[in-house]
Design a protein around this ligand. Structure first.
Ligand code: FES
Ligand code: FES
Length: 155
């Protein structure tokens, strides 16, 4: 059956079963490969996207649960010409090593900064505690998020 979704500002219809995880639709049907498959069990955060602005683990979110909500993936957060502040500071801080976790880190941080535009370092560490990075670039990731928050949209 066809499911209607709104992704990165575009309304579209996807032929998929209602219980299909959003992550599978993003990656397999729409070629939006920014969100990553890590654990598939809501335990690593690599698949995080925003659903109406809220960080959501797309690997365990059936598309039938999205309804009218707006999905934003990292591809819709900014562009190469006009990156989101977080995308810019992650590059400036060289926060990625292998990069596998970075989508989830940025999307979770985007949710945090929207709710709390002036987070403390503790706030950032707490917000990202459930996002795993096997490369151990945590300190650079935290610095990148703090810089983006401090820039407050001026980047
Ligand atoms: S792949 Fe979704 S939380 Fe790990
Ligand atoms: S940069 Fe490799 S898992 Fe985080």
């Amino acid at each position: 059956m066809a499911i209607s979704l709104k992704i990165n500002g575009v309304a579209l219809s996807v032929p998929a079963e209602p219980d299909t995880p959003l992550l599978y639709v993003l990656r397999n049907d729409l070629e939006l490969n920014g969100a990553k498959f890590g654990c598939g069990l809501a335990q690593c955060g690599a698949c995080t996207v925003l659903v109406d602005g809220v960080a959501t683990r797309s690997c365990v979110t059936p598309i039938s649960r999205i309804g009218e909500a707006e999905v934003t993936t990292i591809e819709g957060l900014g562009t190469a010409e006009k990156p989101h502040a977080l995308q810019k500071t992650f590059i400036e801080e060289q926060a990625a090593q292998c990069g596998y976790c970075i989508n989830g880190m940025i999307m979770a941080a985007a949710d945090l900064i929207k709710k709390n535009p002036r987070p403390s370092e503790t706030d950032v560490r707490t917000a990202l505690a459930g996002n795993l990075c096997r490369c151990g670039t945590h300190n650079r990731i935290v610095r990148a998020v703090m810089r983006a928050a401090q820039a407050n949209g001026r980047i």
